[in-house]
Design a protein around this ligand. Sequence first.
Ligand code: SAH
Length: 216
Amino acid sequence: MPRSYADRLYSTRRKALVKHLRERGITNERVLRAIEAVPRHAFVEPAFQERAYEDEALPIGNNQTISQPFTVAYQTSLLDPQPGERILEIGTGSGYQAAVLCEMEAQVFSVERHRALLQRAKRKLQGLGYRVRTRHADGTQGWPGMSPYHGIIVTAGAESVPDPLLGQLRPDGGRLVIPVGKQGAHIMQRIVRTDEDTYERESFDAFRFVPLVDEE
Ligand code: SAH
């Protein structure tokens, strides 16, 4: 099927976005390839499609946003999911981050607390052929039934690291990427479980996230 004008336009814009992400310091080629492949315009509201390849967070309804491409690239680079790995995402939102993880050939599980958002994301992911197992629940509890995970990525800002997430990491190097801190200044952290009860923590740059709502 010949590609439409819009498809070609968006594909050109995706290439420009990837170039921009490289200039901002993203070096993980597998991450960049995934971002070049996922049609981000399909995950934003129609009114914002024209802006889908700007490096901006955009509204997706229910007061939530699709993360800025730089943030997605940064978090995904820290997670560095390998083909076949079990990866849990907390905060499905639009489904975009989950699609990026699928492009990297991970087995993707994703939890979202907003039923309406989750329904929309599921429909989009399915329509585009991305296979993501989803759950409507409070992600601060993780998804114990599907654990352990090679990686967990939290796409909302936490005040502190929820304990259940640590316990659902594989003890042989499972890693958790999570923004932690007060509203408006979340420090990106990576916590690696190197042993049954040994966790190594590293801190990276500050970001602004919508809050991870603890339902407890
Ligand atoms: N990863 C998303 C961006 C999500 S914004 C994307 O690619 O579009 C953060 C999301 O986390 C929001 O959809 C919000 O509803 C969700 N969220 C916040 N607290 C949560 C919790 N406790 N459990 C599950 N999801 C949560």
